[in-house]
Design a protein around this ligand. Sequence first.
Ligand code: CU
Length: 295
Amino acid sequence: MRALLLAFAVAALGAAPAQAQPVVVTMPAKLFSPAQVTAVAGDELVFRNSDFTGDAHNVRADDGSFDSGPMPRYATFRTRVDAVRTIDFVCTIHPGMSGQAEVVGALLVAPPEPGLAGEELALAGRVPAGTPHAEIEHQAADGSWMAAGHAMAEPDGTFVAHLRPTESGSYRAVAASGTSAPVEVRVLTAARIATRVRRGRLSARVSPAPAGVWAVLERYVRERFSWRPVARVRLTGGRASFRAGRRGIARVVLERRRGAPALATSAAVRLRDGRRAADPTAGDMPAGDHAGHPG
Ligand SMILES: [Cu+2]
């Protein structure tokens, strides 16, 4: 079931065919493989007798909604599943040869890796082919579901919703056909970057340490009044190290890929002694404490 969901996610992120997707179950021996499948309402279940021994099989729904009749070797049986429900099916020839199809109104898949708070995350999913869009809902602390986003669906019902969650939580997709099972979206709290300067090297330590992130060394260029990236390394075990020299002001920025918005930015430091420096580009920001507020 998990592998199937991931396959859906990949399908949702790639090119989309313009029709409902087949959900394939093979019969490689006296068993259904996979024995548990998830289909979206309107999908086609496809059963294939792939048993090389030459045994005939069949497939019959317990609720009487389909019956393939005898299926010789290499035979295929297709049936559309429209209503949201759980269908138990068996091969009547072989005792114990059974499986289950869960027909859902919507599917949602969470990213396998946690993101950072505030970072854009893609949640792939599927609604019945021809459904124009899916709503994404987030579970609030009191257990109620709140609108969290919206995704346009491809003609085949696949969609990708882009969210910027700030904390871990449960999400689900909602369409006219029904609601997906909730998925857990994991979000790491905003990363903090500590820096240290020693003998012309600037070392950065990031916690919590996200996976698949680049650390970028930026130098302040006075003539341009701006920060400029000068080196870029993979963050490994939460650490990155740069040859930075001993002059000027530098800082470290985390990014998911080149040019993506910064996930976190360190304080600016003087390379001469590693002391914290005021960020020269933040000069117009209110700094320090105010004596008080009027009124
Ligand atoms: Cu059988």
